[in-house]
Write a protein that binds this ligand. Structure first.
Ligand SMILES: Nc1nc2c(c(=O)[nH]1)N(C=O)[C@@H](CNc1ccc(C(=O)N[C@@H](CCC(=O)O)C(=O)O)cc1)CN2
Ligand SMILES: Nc1nc2c(ncn2[C@@H]2O[C@H](COP(=O)(O)OP(=O)(O)OP(=O)(O)O)[C@@H](O)[C@H]2O)c(=O)[nH]1
Ligand SMILES: [Mg+2]
Length: 458
């Protein structure tokens, strides 16, 4: 353990801004002695700090001035969030007062905590494993309410348990391998390859269920990129405004109104969607507009779904042709706009790939928008089969699971031709990848990557 992991650390753990109450948290050996230098109880017959009680009193600066009226809580080790002695000072929630209190503590022997360091200590002290630490940040970052139960299950340790079970199954199998290797002449002890095959296949299936769950649910956490493309004046900015429900983008009858791209986040059936309005295509010598167009094009190519908006009265042009050629059909919707001005289905729509859905809307009257929004959600969620797993790994965990599966597949591939001692290497590696998920095996690089994303005070 690094020396710095023994420091007493402090940080403001409520958001920086005005709030009813703000909390400064201190963790480590000296957390109580440091806080007691500043805390003065309001009780006349104060008999000392008791664990898990809120004590009313005052935070007195080193110059003897009352900085604030506070409530102080003490949670001794090991029964605290970090597993160390923790003190929380609840003061009034203003950024300046919180900062003053923190500075007093820092001048008195505490060190400013790094982002995620409280949770990192909880991990080091065995209060939680890596899947739970990652669930903490996932919960804080949950963009919509649909993401909350996914994070909460992991915070409660359900993913950790699942991984432990998978690992134990493989370890048991590994032992049976050893028996076969150590006593090759005793047929009895040797598990026949068919039995091994069945067991490994079962583990692969269980891991695959987790991987399917990732494919299905990561959208709720990571969100999706939906880009509105179309020629000038098609009504792209009007559509963005209509979908987000406010006048965000400038709309005018002048072609070329939007010269850069602009974006807004909306919640479509629980999916956090980054909705982008691009500059409409037209020949231009304006350098600014050309850069805007280029950026828009890049976004269109990256998008999870492109809404190709066309004025229903307009002819099909090389612009639409281009987009339809560049983007796979399952990532594109053709959207005919301004149906309040004409309801005739243009002839050119007969010639486009029948797999591409066509919608008819009016961004101005709102007609057809509900159907469009519903279809966007459905399209993004995809048509994958329901996963049997309610547990959803994150990207890092998914990568470990994929590596584990690939080792197990290698094992199956060579099961009938290679000796058990060589095959067992794949089992060991598969186990290692599972241990990386929970943090039983870990590297500084992985830990840094995880805790870097935390906020200070968590
Ligand atoms: N004020 C405050 N609110 C908070 C937290 C906190 O640290 N402080 N939390 C976190 O940021 C979350 C709650 N999580 C927590 C998890 C464990 C412990 C804890 O002390 N656990 C002890 C058992 C305590 C007991 O049983 O009485 C333990 O695990 O041994 C505290 C908070 C959300 N709200
Ligand atoms: N009648 C009618 N007019 C619309 C509709 N949608 C947009 N418009 C009008 O079409 C014109 C262009 O709309 P914008 O939303 O600015 O079009 P845009 O695609 O963003 O245009 P650029 O930013 O220039 O590329 C404006 O005058 C809008 O009021 C619609 O559904 N019906
Ligand atoms: Mg526009």
């Amino acid at each position: 353990m690094l020396d710095s992991n023994k420091d007493t650390i402090a940080a403001i753990c409520t958001p920086l801004g005005k709030g009813g109450v703000g909390i400064v948290r201190i963790s480590g050996e000296n957390s109580l002695s440091i806080s007691l230098k500043f805390f003065k109880s309001s009780k006349k017959n104060f008999a000392g700090i008791k664990p898990y009680r809120l004590h009313h009193g005052y935070f007195i600066s080193h110059q003897g001035k009352i900085l604030d009226e506070v409530l102080l809580a003490y949670m001794p080790k090991p029964g605290s969030y970090t597993g160390e002695d923790v003190v929380e000072i609840n003061c009034h929630g203003g950024p300046a007062i919180l900062q003053l209190i923190l500075e007093e503590l820092l001048a008195s022997g505490a060190r400013l905590a790094k982002p995620g360091e409280f949770t990192y200590r909880a991990f080091l002290n065995g209060k939680m494993d890596l899947t739970q630490a990652e669930a903490v940040i996932e919960l804080i970052n949950a963009p919509t309410k649909e993401a909350i139960p996914l994070a909460q299950q992991k915070l409660q340790g359900l993913l950790q348990q699942k991984i432990q079970t998978l690992k134990k199954d493989l370890e048991t199998l590994r032992q049976e391998f050893c028996v076969a290797v150590d006593f090759p002449e005793e047929d009895l002890e040797c598990l026949p390859p068919e039995k091994i095959q069945t067991k490994v296949q079962k583990t692969i299936e269980e891991i695959n269920a987790l991987l399917t769950a990732y494919e299905q649910k990561h959208l709720y956490q990571d969100g999706a990129l939906v880009v509105i493309a179309g020629k000038v004046n098609a009504g792209k900015s009007s559509l963005l405004n209509a979908l987000i429900g406010k006048e965000r983008a400038i709309v005018t009858p002048i072609p070329g109104t939007t010269r850069d791209y602009l974006e807004e986040y909306i919640n479509i059936q629980g999916i956090p969607v980054r909705l982008v309005d691009t500059a409409g295509l037209r020949e231009t010598k304006d350098e600014v507009e050309n850069i805007g167009l280029q950026k828009g094009l890049e976004l269109i190519l990256q998008s999870d779904l492109c809404l190709l908006l066309v004025d229903i009265r307009e002819k099909f042009s090389t612009y639409e042709q281009n987009i339809l050629e560049k983007i796979p059909h399952h990532k594109i919707f053709v959207v005919l706009n301004k149906i309040d001005l004409s309801s005739t289905m243009p002839k050119w729509t007969e010639n486009i790939n029948p797999k591409i859905p066509i919608f008819k809307i009016s961004a101005q009257t709102g007609k057809g928008l509900k159907e469009l929004s519903k279809a966007i959600g459905k399209q993004l969620l995809g048509t994958q089969k329901e996963s049997s797993s309610a547990l959803v790994p994150n990207l890092r965990q998914k990568k470990c699971l994929e590596k584990a599966v690939s080792e197990l597949n290698l094992l199956l591939q060579h099961l009938f031709e290679m000796p058990y001692d060589l095959l067992s290497v794949h089992l060991d590696l598969a186990c290692q990848h599972l241990k990386e998920i929970t943090g039983e095996i870990t590297s500084e690089e992985v830990l840094n990557q995880i805790f870097e994303n935390f906020c200070i005070g968590k």
